[in-house]
Design a protein around this ligand. Structure first.
Ligand code: KDG
Ligand code: MG
Length: 403
């Protein structure tokens, strides 16, 4: 099966997505997600200008070889742009291989290790009461695991909290919007949120929280200790992700499970964290960590060290990524949980898909391949719109902080 053409489709059905479509001489096509929130066109150009010319004429079945051809062949390894581009090619090739076999992708990854994929939802509110109500609403939809984020008194805009009635979407402006931050206010408020949640919802529900990289190691240790009575499923991105020593410090002080990895691109970003058992969940995704081939390598390595998976699944990862992720989730032995932030109706219409939500779990579906397609005519009606993630500044002196 020879690759005859490949093209990059950029569309914005409510938010931007970059999709790679590979065509073959057997008439089959494969899709890969290449979306990198706020830097979409860099990946689109990397693919169109530098990768697509190398793909034409290659054997579409040689997935591993193509991965190394693009990774080693570039000489300049790693980084989110390179790895998202490689991921798109890799995902499209797995889609093709599974379609050629007439099988859903999970069958090629070893078959199902479980019957369904546990997912967690996002609850947020401007204050504790509103967040508690939202958690109750999501629980009534069947979710067994819910991430809770709340507005903090005295802070203008907090990560994960929607303004107005619209679902939360961080890439909210055509130039980066400015948020403000005060760690002390956040550290006082967050234990109250989880105290209220446990009081109202009891012990059964899995509760998660995302700090979004904003604390120092000792602040994170304090928060994790303060939250121990509420038995979190995980504390995510407690500190900036790039420093394994920070996680060592947190670990010394607390038994709250730790999750990190949505900003990682390769196994090298998380190797030390995993082999030293400094985290409990690794959150790398298909799109930003080099595709199915590389993500499976990371997950298999994690399995050796009792680290489970919890792949990133925010709305800035397209349905193509979600479809591929669910097949991997179903197949791997050390799956933990999958993030699920539903896409808008416009996005779902552009990307018809076989996966579905069923009472707190998801199923990738039985369609050959990863089960996600693209309606190109509809996609063309939603041209790219520049959109940035916010930046964050400390309230007391305006210095730039982690967003
Ligand atoms: O583009 C950035 C988002 O993907 C990120 O802010 C979402 O932290 C996130 C999460 O856990 O979903
Ligand atoms: Mg996160």
């Amino acid at each position: 099966m020879k690759i005859t053409a490949a093209k990059v489709i950029v569309c914005c059905p409510g938010r931007n997505f970059v999709t790679l479509k590979i065509e073959t001489d057997e008439g089959l096509t494969g899709l890969g997600d290449a979306t990198l929130n706020g830097r979409e066109l860099a990946v689109a150009s990397y693919l169109t200008d530098h990768v697509v010319p190398c793909l034409i004429g290659r054997d579409a079945h040689r997935i591993e070889d193509t991965w190394h051809y693009l990774y080693r062949g570039a000489y300049w390894r790693r980084g989110p742009v390179t790895m998202s581009a490689i991921a798109a090619v890799d995902t499209a090739l797995w889609d093709l291989k599974a379609k050629a076999a007439g099988l859903p992708l999970y069958q090629l990854l070893g078959g199902a290790s479980r019957e369904r994929v546990l997912v967690y939802a996002h609850a947020n509110g401007r204050d504790i009461a509103q967040t508690v109500d939202e958690v109750k609403r999501l629980k009534s939809l069947g979710y067994r695991a819910i991430r809770a984020q709340s507005g903090v008194p005295g802070i203008g805009k907090v990560y994960g909290v929607a303004s107005g009635d619209k679902p939360y979407e961080p890439a909210d402006a055509s130039l980066p919007s400015e948020h403000d931050w005060d760690t002390a206010k956040y550290l006082r408020h967050t234990p109250r949120l989880f105290e209220a949640l446990r009081a109202e919802l009891g012990d059964e529900l899995h509760l998660l929280h995302d700090v979004h990289h904003r604390l120092t190691p000792i602040e994170a240790a304090r928060l994790c200790k303060d939250l121990e009575p509420y038995r979190l499923f995980w504390m995510e991105d407690a500190v900036p992700a790039e420093d394994p020593a920070a996680f060592e410090l947190i670990r010394r002080h607390t038994t709250t499970p730790l999750a990190v990895g949505e900003v990682f691109n390769t196994i090298w970003d998380c190797k030390a964290l995993i082999e030293r058992q400094l985290i409990d969940y690794v959150r790398c995704t298909v799109v930003h960590a080099g595709g199915i081939t590389h993500l499976k390598r990371i997950f298999d390595f994690a399995a050796l060290h009792q680290v489970r998976t919890g792949s990133h699944g925010a709305t800035d990862l397209s349905p193509v990524c979600m479809g591929a992720a669910l097949h991997l989730d179903l197949a791997i032995p050390n799956f933990g949980i999958q993030e699920h932030m539903p896409h808008t109706a416009e996005t779902d219409a552009v990307f018809p898909h076989a996966y579905r939500f069923e009472g707190g779990f998801m199923q990738p579906g039985e369609a050959p391949g990863h089960g996600v397609t693209i309606d190109e005519a509809l996609a063309a009606r939603y041209p790219y719109r520049r959109a940035y993630l916010p930046v964050n500044r400390l309230q007391h002196d305006g210095s730039l902080w982690h967003w």
